[in-house]
Ligand binder design. Structure first.
Ligand code: AMP
Length: 342
């Protein structure tokens, strides 16, 4: 998929093209469709992955131009450092020429930034300390914020900005969309997710980049499930089947995927005929995109062709493996055995 296929305004697409940006990076491919729908997201990604555009584009798309003097900001981006704030502002302004972006940071006089804020703007990119100062002085009014972004949340934590960030978020409307980006997910990030976000979808592209990751920093208790979720986000199949070994696990995986924002349903022998038919109809019609099944349950079903088969657990026998993979409509092609572990 390329940017021209995304639901973005023509002027945004042109701005991207001018910078030679045509295809999304993995974090953008995974985050943009959800962010553009207004979902809350936790994006686990480092600098250099294209994470800035993953939040800059939803801001550019979501906010209409305005000329009103003294208008209040409708988007807020918090960053740990002045350098990052300036860099983010630059990228944002480049893809959103219709918006007025004001950068707010410490280590410099209060007057000029105050004047810019008072004149009115659409987006504020700020470091937390100075933003809180202006908030307390009544210079910064966040009551109209529709999108709040925490960029490099783990860095803001290590610089001791927890209280500032929380106070600032509390000054924005509850209905806002919240996007959090962080290379690691310390417990504070989880606390923020619980307190300030609405059922956030976690997108993790850290492994995509081939960076070895520390076990303790992986947020989901079930790592296999979060990896499956990443694969589904990145591959974005129209229809996928995930094979597990037990009935209990089909339920567990389907529920876990639903929680992470995937339209998934389980199918197993304990479902009534009516329920089974309902799930299969939804799968055929594209309402359910991920079917989580045991081999036994899948055997008797008239399953439409799928574009992704995931072996969540290895089958016992090579025949079963081939039977599963045949679901992609490419049966007969030689496949390696044993398969690569998930
Ligand atoms: P970031 O991780 O947001 O700091 O981005 C790193 C660099 O990649 C920036 O210079 C971006 O302009 C550039 N970039 C972001 N997205 C893309 C893309 N889809 N294609 C090419 N370059 C990109």
């Amino acid at each position: 998929m390329e940017f021209k296929d995304f639901p973005l305004k023509d002027e945004i697409k042109e701005a991207l093209l001018r910078r030679g940006i045509t295809a999304p990076t993995p974090i953008q491919a995974a985050a943009l469709p959800l962010a553009l729908e207004g979902k809350d997201l936790i994006g686990q990604a480092r600098t250099g992955t294209g994470k800035t555009l993953a939040f800059a584009l939803p801001i550019a798309q979501g906010l209409e131009a305005s000329k009103e003097r003294g208008r209040l900001p409708r988007a807020l981006v918090l960053t740990p450092t002045r350098e990052l704030a300036l860099q983010v502002s630059g990228e944002l302004q480049a893809v959103a020429p219709h918006l007025k972006v004001v950068t707010v940071y410490g280590g410099t006089g209060y007057g000029k930034q105050k004047e810019e804020l008072t004149r009115g703007c659409d987006v504020v990119v700020a470091t937390p300390g100075r933003a809180l100062d202006y908030l307390r002085q009544g210079v910064l009014d966040l009551s109209r914020v529709q999108i709040a972004v925490l960029d490099e949340a783990d860095e803001m934590l290590s610089m001791g900005f927890e209280e500032e960030v929380e106070a600032i978020l509390s000054a924005t409307p509850k209905e806002r969309q919240t996007l959090l980006f962080s290379a690691t997910l310390p417990s504070w990030a989880r606390k923020l997710a619980e307190r300030y976000m609405k059922s956030p979808v976690v997108i993790n592209v850290v492994r995509e980049e081939g960076i070895t990751y520390q076990e303790e920093a992986i947020p989901a208790p079930n790592d296999r499930l979060s990896l499956l979720s990443d694969i589904l986000f990145v591959k974005a199949p129209k229809r996928a089947i995930v094979f597990t070994r037990t009935k209990a696990e089909t339920e567990e995986v389907a529920t876990g995927l639903l929680r992470l924002g995937h339209p998934a349903r389980a199918i197993h022998g304990d479902l009534s005929q009516t329920d089974r038919e309902r799930v299969m109809r939804a799968f055929r019609e594209g309402e359910v995109r991920v079917l989580v099944a045991t081999d036994v349950a899948a055997r008797g079903l008239d399953i439409p062709e799928v574009d992704l088969v995931v072996h969540y657990r290895f089958p016992d026998k090579p025949e079963t493996y081939q039977h599963r993979s045949g679901r992609t409509g490419r049966a007969g092609r030689p496949r390696p055995w044993p398969p690569e572990p998930l």
